[in-house]
Design a protein around this ligand. Structure first.
Ligand SMILES: Cc1cc2nc3c(=O)[nH]c(=O)nc-3n(C[C@H](O)[C@H](O)[C@H](O)COP(=O)(O)OP(=O)(O)OC[C@H]3O[C@@H](n4cnc5c(N)ncnc54)[C@H](O)[C@@H]3O)c2cc1C
Length: 598
């Protein structure tokens, strides 16, 4: 059966040694997150994920969700109890506002827990994950009355939350949205329409489900400028806060799908359901963006999480499976064959996943800390800079971590040979589960367009210039560091590729937008690779320092970091040259054929 061990030591190295979380002590909630507290919190979280969530992953996949004739949905055995354990442990409210029952700890710790939970059981983790996204949207855009009515019960896990955008004819292009909202005359609206693909839309885990629904108020403008956000509880909530009758919200069916079988993907019918406007009328997309941005980072983490759990299982198998002999002579002559981990091609595969996972974890935490700064700092300039970075990096995190996360799940499956194709080993589930992360929350091609079309040039390119300066500054500051020199040369070269690509877009995309569209995915990956390379440079710097200081029992791990950093620079980062070549080839051949020539 599959295994999973949460990488707590690696996370602690990042938080303490690479990003020095103690530096952020002045931010609300961080003073409570001393090194001891962080270690204890992550240790507890790891235990919950390893002992409760992970054992339900395979069974949840096999069993799936069932829609019953009365429209209710039954989730796999054990999910309800696991949710109680999750919520009861305070994990939903970990980083939430104490005013509404949260613990107010750094969001960064929530991101770590999200990684562990998604590795252990991605389908399960989506139930609390969507609830946390809905809490964030209500917290930012809801009225005080709405916050008081919903947040405490969502934070303590009594109720869950969902996100309802997609309709049968409208996914990426939300301007086509048809769901209607008609004023009831008492401040509420009657919501009518059909939403599809709604994750956790119906379930038997919580007492009530609080749906956040995009709809168009009667008479509102067409397109995205006429969309509003509504909070629509599945069951009415009585004056005293108790849950009443159904509010005209039903699950029409659940999808039979490739993966995440333990998460119910629902068709939701709203039949005059009573809903309340969240934020301003016709500004619903803006309000929903809070949830979407949060969810995009969550989905990025799913990519990393599936890559990590697939890697752990591939490593375990590669150490066990005996086939062939090492090219340099038998490593275990007393056995009939050597374990496959002796083969360079197996190692190439495992090293490339390892080098991605560790850098991707750093990339996530670097940006999660920026999210904390953006939301909690008292310094406006610091908030602005953090927000700029998050805006730029959110599509990169989402697109790159899920594209490569899926590739890595496939690579890990390959380590199992034919056994990886057989359900029993559990590794094919990681491939199936990882696949959706490239699609939902905005398909990755659309993330790339968001990056190139909106984020890159925003505010005169302020965010990308800040990134160039930061990475360039790091390279300059460490130019004399003999240990880092072998890493900084390749990083400098790839940073140059990124700068040339950005310049090429400036000169060639305005007059010919197809040039931007055809190169967008390459640019997203190019920026992702340079970011991961920068993470490796920072990690190697911290590892060197730690080794100099005696490493405190982590010598082997720190030496491995230095080797993995070199591997990444030598074997993964050079891909930036290919991305640059594709970008500067422009759109001509991509767009030349007529549709009927395909
Ligand atoms: C399991 C699952 C769970 C989901 N959960 C939720 C949920 O909880 N809530 C919710 O609201 N939705 C949810 N979705 C919906 C999901 O977010 C959409 O499927 C996704 O955003 C893509 O929309 P679409 O399927 O309509 O594809 P389309 O928009 O039709 O896109 C099809 C393809 O065309 C490409 N494309 C479209 N427009 C452009 C463009 N302008 N530029 C470049 N390429 C473009 C896309 O990249 C994609 O590859 C879920 C979907 C699934 C399968």
């Amino acid at each position: 059966m599959p295994v999973y061990k949460a990488p707590v030591d690696d996370t602690l190295f990042l938080l303490n040694d690479v990003f020095s979380i103690a530096r952020y002590n002045n931010l609300p909630g961080f003073a409570d997150a001393s090194a001891d507290v962080v270690e204890a919190v992550l240790g507890e979280g790891a235990k919950l994920c390893e002992e409760i969530l992970q054992p339900l992953n395979y069974s949840g996949d096999q069993e799936g969700c069932t829609r019953n004739p009365d429209g209710s949905v039954t989730t796999p055995k054990g999910f309800k109890e696991a949710y109680e354990a999750y919520a009861g442990g305070g994990w939903i409210g970990l980083a939430m506002d104490p005013e509404y029952g949260g613990q107010g700890l750094p969001y960064t710790l929530g991101a770590v827990m999200n990684e562990y939970a998604s590795s252990a059981n991605m389908a399960f983790a989506m139930y609390p994950g969507l609830t946390m996204g809905a809490i964030a949207a209500l917290h930012v855009h809801g009225s005080e009355e709405q916050k008081r009515a919903y947040l405490p019960k969502m934070i303590d896990g009594t109720w869950s939350g969902t996100m309802n955008l997609t309709e049968p004819h409208c996914g990426t292009d939300l301007g086509l949205l048809k769901t209607k909202a008609v004023p009831n005359g008492d401040g509420s609206y009657a919501i009518t329409g059909t939403k599809i693909f709604i994750s956790a839309g119906e379930q038997d885990i919580t007492e009530n489900i609080i749906h956040l629904v995009l709809a168009r108020i009667e008479g509102a403008p067409a397109g995205t400028k006429g969309i509003s956000l509504f909070v629509v509880p599945r069951n009415r909530i009585d004056e005293d806060g108790s849950v009443g009758a159904n509010n005209g919200v039903t699950c029409g069916s659940i999808e039979h799908k490739m993966g995440i079988h333990g998460n119910a993907t629902c068709v939701m019918n709203y039949d005059g359901a009573q809903g309340w406007l969240v934020g301003e009328a016709n500004r619903g997309l803006n309000a929903m963006f809070v949830m979407m941005n949060e969810a995009r980072l969550g989905v990025a983490i799913q990519g990393l999480a599936q890559s990590e759990v697939a890697y752990q299982n591939a490593v375990a198998y590669a150490k066990e499976r005996l086939q062939g002999r090492a090219l340099t002579g038998a490593k275990e002559p007393s056995r009939p064959a050597d374990p496959i981990i002796v083969h360079p091609d197996v190692r190439r595969t495992l090293m490339s996943i390892k080098a991605f996972n560790e850098a991707a974890r750093a990339f996530v935490l670097w940006n999660a800390l920026k999210s904390d700064v953006a939301h909690r700092s008292g310094d406006a300039a610091e908030r602005q800079a953090a927000d700029d970075q998050l805006g730029l990096m959110t599509p990169v995190l989402k697109g790159v971590l899920t594209d490569i996360g899926f590739d890595n799940a496939v690579k890990a499956q390959q380590m199992f040979g034919g056994h990886g194709y057989i359900a029993e080993t559990g590794v094919e589930q990681f491939v199936r589960d990882a696949r959706i992360a490239m699609i939902y929350e905005g398909a990755n091609g659309v993330q790339a367009m968001d990056l190139v079309g909106r984020k890159l040039g925003r505010d005169g390119g302020r965010a990308i210039m800040a990134f160039f300066n930061e990475v360039g500054g790091f390279i300059k500051d460490h130019a004399e560091d003999e240990g880092l020199k072998p890493l900084l040369g390749p990083l400098q070269l790839s940073l140059g590729h990124l700068q040339q690509a950005a310049m090429w877009f400036m000169n060639n995309a305005l007059a010919k937008p197809d040039n931007a569209g055809a190169g967008a995915t390459d640019f997203m990956h190019l920026l992702g690779l340079v970011s991961l390379g920068y993470m490796w440079a920072k990690m190697a710097g911290a590892a060197q320092e730690k080794l100099k200081a005696g490493a405190n029992g982590a010598t082997e791990r720190m030496n491995a970091k230095l080797v993995t950093a070199r591997f990444f620079m030598e074997r993964t980062l050079p891909e930036t040259a290919a991305h640059l070549a594709r970008i500067t080839a422009g759109a001509d051949t991509t767009m030349a054929l007529a549709a009927d020539q395909f």
